[in-house]
Design a binder for this molecule. Structure first.
Ligand code: HEM
Length: 236
């Protein structure tokens, strides 16, 4: 009589399912981490832009908003902790995926095909580090107020900090160039986020691509409008 309790030969031949840590070592697990942390960061830059756009409503509006955030009874610290974790995981996972890709293809392609995805993917390699450099400068500039400049930084007066900061052309230029790389990064990031999450169908892909372009343009042009308006004297 056959032994019905013994596992079948085929089942025993299957590899053990990876645990949560094993999943983080797999390419698909790492892409999910990139997509999730990317979504958190996109949410932040969108929210951050909407808050900063209050500069167009005058000093009181943006200063009150900043005051509200800073007196949110610990909520700001929870948001900061989530953001920091998202940034660290996003960068660490990007480095692991890049190293994995490089070791899987030790010989560079002889002919570099400039198809759209290739181009956007390559921009991630330079737009990512530019954004990290920008973020460090930006925190020193507008959060800690420790960058050199002919003005006093006041934590209570975000409006004046922005107007005084962006009145210096090279500071505005630096922000504008950084926002252009943010645009590239956002477009490719949002597009690949959908691919990584398996939301990928020829019927929806053109719409997803247009949404990624629209979101990237909205945040990029919106952010650029702030230093540009100060430079042009529209906000003073
Ligand atoms: C032209 C574009 C931008 C402007 C005008 C701007 C403006 C500001 C201002 C005024 C603050 C200080 C807020 C306060 O103390 O109440 C701030 C903080 C910050 N910004 Fe931006 N920002 C811009 C783009 C960005 C981008 C693209 C990122 C992310 C990549 C970013 C990340 C941050 C972070 C993490 C903080 C610190 C928030 C905190 O206090 O925890 N900013 N920004």
């Amino acid at each position: 009589m056959a032994n019905t309790t013994a596992p079948s030969r085929d089942l025993r031949a299957l590899p053990a399912a990876p645990g949560p840590l094993g999943l983080l070592d797999s390419t698909i697990g790492q892409k999910i981490v990139m997509a999730t942390t990317g979504a958190i960061l996109v949410g932040f830059v969108l929210f951050h832009f909407i808050g900063n756009a209050l500069i167009f409503a005058g000093p009181e509006a943006i200063n009150d908003y900043s005051h509200l955030l800073h007196h949110s009874h610990g909520l700001i610290w929870v948001a900061r902790a989530v953001l920091l974790l998202a940034v660290v995981l996003h960068i660490a996972t990007a480095l692991r995926l890049t190293a994995k890709n490089a070791s899987a293809r030790p010989q560079p392609y002889k002919v570099k095909r400039d198809i759209a995805t290739n181009y956007a993917a390559r921009t991630m390699v330079w737009s990512g580090p530019i954004l990290l450099g920008f973020l460090l400068y930006h925190l020193a500039h507008l959060t800690f107020g420790v960058t050199p400049g002919p003005y006093q930084h006041s934590p209570e007066d975000v409006y004046s900090n922005l107007v005084n900061g962006f009145s210096i052309p090279w500071v505005s230029g630096l922000y504008i160039v950084s926002m252009l790389s943010l645009g590239y990064h956002l477009f490719h990031g949002v597009w690949s986020m959908f691919q990584s999450l398996g939301i990928n169908h020829s019927a929806y892909n053109p719409r997803i691509k247009h949404a990624a372009i629209g979101l990237a343009l909205f945040i990029t042009l919106g952010n650029i409008s702030i230093p540009l308006s100060v430079l042009l004297g529209l906000v003073h």
